[in-house]
Design a protein around this ligand. Structure first.
Ligand code: NAD
Ligand code: MG
Length: 312
């Protein structure tokens, strides 16, 4: 895929019209109709059909995060990987955290960060492991030489048909990874953050419209919105902003590693007003905006990128 440049003031009217047509949101990215498939959790993006678009061939940076230092959890694949690639191309050094079994996916992202001329740091580990979770931010700070951006993006989503089949172990694991780790990592990060720093949490449209098969997952996403609004008020006077991004249905390996009932995959995302699932690369600009000074008057908010699904 050719890099997509935004229209510039110097372009001719004809070029501008061409870009406008290319920006049609219903067709800007292909409508995926994924075949039924299955991978053990967390799954590998590189083995997903079709492979989600994390912007490796298309994201163009414009120095909007020059010299910043970022930690992105779940940065090996999907939305976190697209964010990590975009941050590096916007001029930031980036540490990514991910599960050790995801090394193959992570290495693509590490290479993309290095190809952008930035420092890449790989920090594999399991956020359910308290020792790893408690030490993760300090490891990132040590290797990056500081921290200005924390993206709490790692998430676990396992669909279960009925509450009677949802056991305590799954509920606890989902809460550990999706929300408890946000408390731990944000607390550790704040020790190193000064004015201008930002924390960005990945929530979901599930916070407002829970699927009946995702009770534990959706509950964590609602909690993340609430945590974001509360923490933002606590640290605003220190010049630190806290926001969330709420994706709608985005084509990632999360969906094929038990995140959705299999029969739903071929129609994934097609019931949104835009008629298609999103791609991870379409989420990255929201994370760039919220990390950069361009969003200086935005804090405690959740930016929805969901194909037009109504939100409160
Ligand atoms: P993904 O599978 O590519 O990314 C999720 C990442 O979470 C994994 O790569 C993994 O590194 C990390 N993770 C999971 N369990 C972990 C653990 N125990 N320890 C450490 N890391 C762990 O899928 P994605 O869709 O890009 O998910 C990223 C975030 O986006 C998640 O928080 C997810 O809930 C959220 N989200 C996704 C969608 C969607 O439709 N894909 C929609 C709304 C929100
Ligand atoms: Mg992954």
């Amino acid at each position: 895929m050719e890099p997509v440049e935004n229209d510039t003031p110097n372009s001719t009217p004809a070029e501008g019209q061409g870009q406008l047509a290319a920006d049609d949101p219903t067709t800007r990215h292909p409508k995926v109709s994924p075949p039924k498939q299955d991978q053990p959790e967390p799954g590998l993006e590189t083995k997903t059909d079709p492979i989600p678009d994390i912007g490796l061939d298309s994201y163009v940076g414009r120095d909007r995060l020059k010299g910043r230092k970022a930690l992105v959890t779940g940065g090996d694949s999907g939305i976190g990987a697209a964010t990590a690639v975009a941050y590096a191309r916007e001029g930031a050094d980036v540490a990514i955290a991910y599960l050790p079994v995801e090394e193959e996916d992570a290495q693509r992202v590490i290479k993309a960060i290095e190809d952008a001329g930035r420092t890449a740091v790989a920090l594999p580990g399991d956020l359910m492991d308290k020792e790893y979770r408690n030490g993760l931010v300090d490891s990132a700070v040590e290797k990056l030489g500081g921290l200005d951006i924390l993206v709490n993006n790692a998430g676990r989503q396992i669909a279960i048909e009925s509450l009677e089949d949802l056991d305590d172990e799954q509920i606890e694991k989902t809460f550990q990874v999706n929300i408890i780790s946000m408390f731990t990592l944000s607390r550790a990060a704040l020790k190193h953050m000064g004015p201008g720093s930002t924390i960005i949490n990945t929530t979901s449209v599930q916070a407002y419209e829970p699927s009946p098969t995702l009770l534990d997952y959706a509950a964590t996403k609602a909690a993340i919105n609430n945590f974001t609004k509360g923490l933002a008020q606590q640290v605003a006077s220190r010049g630190i902003r806290v926001n969330g991004v709420a994706p709608g249905p985005v084509w990632t390996v999360l969906q094929v590693s038990h995140g959705q009932p299999k029969e739903k995959l071929p129609n994934f995302g097609q019931s949104t007003p835009l008629g298609r699932a999103g791609q991870p690369v379409e989420m990255a600009p929201a994370y760039v905006f919220l990390a950069s000074g361009e969003s200086s008057y935005v804090t405690g908010d959740t930016l929805n990128a969901n194909g037009g699904m109504p939100t409160p």
